[in-house]
Design a protein around this ligand. Structure first.
Ligand SMILES: [Zn+2]
Length: 383
């Protein structure tokens, strides 16, 4: 587990947390928002470890971190007490990580059999509200970290709101979300909100290289994900890099008169969806439906196609912006040479419309056939 002092790339968040700690103005409800894989959970765990530590170390920063002046106070866990040891071992009974798939461990068999697409009231009650009411086992306090808080159902949020308004003494709740706007305004307004920024590109690349992702691919994921290490590692492990290279090659080949990629892309979506269903099952026991997995996979592929066309615009206009697909410059150049800027912009626009269609139960095969036609000539959406 990382300590505050080792977290990189989130200086604004960390300095504000430290200043609030020093002023003893720490809220009991936090909202950590931002994309996946940029350190929200790591920071939440580090904060939990600090709040639960039985011998917190408070001393002037004295040059230890760059985001505080030397005189400002830096608060760190002792790393020696039993609480710190338990946090490191992942077995602290006053630390609770709450997520929708906990439904599979619910006392009620009916809840265990549900689809787990939302963080439902029974799960929030058994794994958050009830334990929050019990006294902490080590006496210091309790910390709840809630993943994908935006998926909390309305009744769950309403029940949760009361605890958020008047939490039992020593209880801290940290909500993690990618879409803060999907939470009830009343939930948001009761939390101290922290927005996590995308990580700097060289840092992301170095971390991806550490994860044994080759250089070309690491640069691509750093740019494509807009600075998310977690997402880059995940996409790479899912074999998405090879898929994206193939799709960009297909786009370039469209210029050479080749066609029929719709079928191939539909098949790829299917393979990705199957893989996601079994991964979800293996990692968290979730029963992800094939339809949802297919839509997600298709959305991801449409985004990849859109990013290639955006790169083509960048190249055609000579904009001062690094290419996301710098690893496939020749293919991007062929796309830019074949289509006008108006056509490129039209294709990007249409790809986002196809994405919406996927959620309206239009047959995936038809969607992909049309996507391939659109990419060829920016012909209007025909469905
Ligand atoms: Zn400690």
């Amino acid at each position: 587990m990382l300590n505050f002092i080792d977290i990189v790339g989130q200086d604004a968040v960390l300095s504000r947390l430290q200043r609030n700690l020093a002023a003893e103005r720490l809220h009991h409800g936090f909202l950590f928002s931002g994309m996946r894989g940029i350190g929200r959970r790591t920071t939440a765990e580090a904060l939990a470890k600090l709040l639960l530590c039985e011998n917190r170390q408070i001393a002037p920063n004295a040059g230890r971190v760059s985001y505080l002046t030397d005189d400002e106070l830096l608060e760190l866990p002792c790393d020696e007490c039993e609480s710190c040891t338990l946090m490191e071992a992942g077995t602290h009974t006053d630390y609770h990580y709450v997520y929708k798939e906990l439904a599979q461990y619910h006392d009620d068999a009916d809840v265990r059999q549900r689809k787990m697409q939302m963080l439902s009231l029974p799960v929030v009650k058994q794994f958050l509200l009830d334990p929050a009411d019990r006294a902490p086992s080590r006496g210091v306090g309790k910390v709840f970290v809630i993943r994908e808080a935006e998926l909390m159902s309305l009744d769950a949020q309403n029940a949760f709101l009361k605890t958020l308004e008047e939490p039992p003494p020593g209880v801290t709740m940290i909500l993690l979300t990618q879409k803060a706007e999907n939470l009830l305004p009343t939930t948001r307004s009761r939390c101290s909100a922290f927005r996590f920024a995308p990580l700097p590109e060289p840092f992301v690349i170095s971390k991806l290289l550490d994860g044994e992702i080759p250089g070309r691919e690491a640069t691509f994921w750093a740019r494509y994900t807009g600075g998310s290490i977690g997402l880059g590692l995940e996409m790479s492990a899912a074999g998405m890099y090879e898929i994206k290279c193939g799709m960009i090659e297909d786009l370039a080949a469209l210029g050479a008169g080749r066609s029929g990629f719709g079928d191939a892309w539909a098949k790829t979506t299917d393979v990705l969806a199957e893989a996601e269903v079994s991964r979800a099952k293996k990692e968290s026991g979730a029963n992800l439906s094939k339809a949802v997995a297919s839509r997600r996979a298709a959305s991801g592929m449409l985004l990849l196609l859109a990013s290639a066309h955006l790169d083509a615009i960048t190249m055609a206009t000579g904009m001062d912006r690094p290419l996301v697909h710098d690893d496939q410059k020749a293919e991007i150049s062929s796309i830019a040479g074949r289509l006008s800027q108006t056509q490129l912009a039209e294709i990007i626009e249409q790809l986002s419309r196809y994405e919406q269609l996927l959620w309206r139960n239009v047959s995936a095969k038809i969607v992909w056939e049309n996507v391939a036609l659109t990419c060829q000539s920016a012909a209007p959406l025909i469905l």
